[in-house]
Design a protein around this ligand. Structure first.
Ligand code: HEM
Length: 471
């Protein structure tokens, strides 16, 4: 790796034993990291990141056919994702991979199309509407607890990641379409989604090394077929809602179907609705599920953390049900969630592409360069965090706020393309963590082999196998 700017020599990885260190690949030299990439069967982008990546502010990453520029400097990142966003749109590799599923939906679109979509979608995720969605979240958690109670009774082991995906998928169905995941149609949507995810995920590393900018990337036939099926089912669900006699519940689908562009007065076409609702399925459940699985795993390993969380829940709710208002007052639960998103950001990389030749900081950047902004790397950067590899939820406590480096924390992205569902995901996750911990004790059966890898979202390479017990 060539270092081109700002190296903060004073940064050291200190190791306070009192704080738990959750699993992560140990960064190594650039050459070893490259070798890992070639020989390891479990190759993934996280283990490929050399130790210099966690020290420099701006650098060219590796020797690739297409230049890859890693940007860690918070001020530069803020510019790239903010006022300069039109010069650095979403990366073509990512857009190409997701296109079969979400067309030109809000997650991948750019320019005027994106601006119009965002204007029309934002109201569905406003504070008021998240409050309304809370009922769907509660119903999803109640159904989940009924399933988990049976597992607790028998002591049967299960996959924490799968359980969390099922729960957040159910909540997304309930909040978008007001129907549970158990319905046949929604089940088909999620089966197709899982197939899509499995088949697109592992193709990208060689493309990063060898690919040319804007080269047409053929997606695996399985991924394309799964995306087609998913779009078919989402289309049918939308038709039921807009067709004769279709109900218009107060939910996200209703908001997006009835949304009008404040400038042109026009509504989304049917295809556009499928794109946008496809995005909500895509962006809105695997991300949250991954974060929740990592939070529960970390809480089960960090001494005293689960007990502290339970004590806060009891103190804030007085032992009663957890309401929407409580989720704001559960400060420690929220900080656990924030810290989990720092250590295991579900989207480890948010890549962009340089539309034209220019400069980033002191570095000349050719047209077509891949601009790598990585929440994973920035969140563990030695110059941006104290004890970056340690689990320390209190770093987000009000008293320590002044220690936080501005713009160094971006689990939900930053600037123009900031996550639409950030408030939704935070309320949902606070509720789930509080209810889960209050009801169950968790034992991780494969704690030693848990290791994060970057798939579509940040996951454990060998899953997280658990057993639970009712408290
Ligand atoms: C913990 C959970 C979540 C995380 C960590 C997360 C993370 C992100 C990130 C990093 C981006 C920006 C990507 C980029 O700039 O390239 C993003 C965008 C987006 N997210 Fe989320 N997300 C989460 C939950 C949700 C939920 C629940 C929804 C909706 C139901 C959602 C919908 C979206 C949409 C529509 C965008 C695209 C926004 C745009 O480009 O204008 N996300 N998310």
């Amino acid at each position: 790796m060539k270092t081109l700017a700002l190296r903060r020599e004073d940064a050291v990885r200190s190791d306070p034993p009192a704080l738990y260190r959750p699993p992560a690949p140990v960064p190594t030299t650039a050459v070893r990291a490259l070798l890992r990439g070639f020989v390891s069967r479990q190759r993934d982008l996280l283990s490929l990141m050399p130790q210099e990546a966690y020290r420099v502010m701006l650098a060219e990453l590796g020797r690739t056919r297409r230049r890859i520029i890693l940007v860690n400097d918070p001020a530069l990142v803020r510019g790239l994702l903010g006022e300069e966003a039109d010069r650095f749109p979403k990366n073509d590799l990512m857009v190409g991979a997701l296109n079969p599923l979400v067309g030109d939906g809000v997650f991948v679109s750019s320019g005027q199309t994106w601006r119009r979509q965002r204007r029309m979608i934002d109201p569905a995720f406003s504070h008021m509407h998240v409050n309304r969605a809370f009922r769907g979240m509660e119903a999803g958690v109640a159904a989940f607890e009924a399933r988990l109670d049976r597992l607790a009774e028998t002591g049967a082991p299960f996959s924490l990641e799968k359980a969390m995906s099922h729960l957040t998928a159910d909540i997304i169905c309930r909040t978008i379409f007001s129907i549970p995941l158990e319905s046949r149609q929604t089940h088909e949507v999620f089966d197709a989604f899982a197939r899509f995810q499995d088949s697109v995920a592992n193709v990208q590393i060689f493309r990063l090394w060898l690919g040319r900018p804007w080269a047409r990337v053929r997606q695996p036939a399985k991924a394309v077929a799964a995306a087609r099926l998913l779009r078919h089912h989402v289309g049918a669900l939308i038709d039921q809602r807009i067709g004769a006699g279709g109900r218009l519940d107060a939910d996200i689908a209703a908001d997006v179907i009835s949304a009008r562009d404040p400038e042109s007065g026009q509504r989304f076409s049917r295809d556009e609705l499928i794109d946008q609702i496809g995005v909500f399925f895509l962006a809105g459940h695997e991300t949250t599920a991954g974060a929740l699985a990592w939070a529960l795993f970390t809480l089960s390993q960090a001494p005293g953390a689960a007990e502290r969380l339970r004590a806060e829940v009891e103190a804030v709710t007085g032992g009663g049900p957890i309401g929407f208002g409580h989720t704001k007052r559960l400060g420690f639960v929220r900080n656990v969630f924030r810290e989990t998103l720092r250590l295991y950001p579900p989207l480890a990389f948010i890549p962009r592409v340089a539309l034209e030749a220019g400069r980033i900081g002191g570095l000349a950047v050719p047209r077509g360069a891949m601009i790598m902004v990585s929440p994973w790397i920035m969140h563990r950067h030695l110059a941006l965090w104290r004890n970056p590899d340690r689990f320390d939820p209190d770093r987000f406590a009000v008293e320590r706020e002044n220690d936080l480096v501005p713009n160094a924390y971006l689990p939900f992205g930053m600037g123009q393309r900031f996550c639409v569902g950030a408030a939704f995901a935070t309320v949902e996750s606070t509720l789930i963590l509080a209810r889960f911990l209050r009801r169950y004790e968790i034992e991780v059966l494969n704690a030693k082999s848990v290791r994060p890898v970057a798939r579509l979202t940040t996951r454990s390479a060998s899953g997280i196998e658990v057993r639970i017990r009712r408290l």
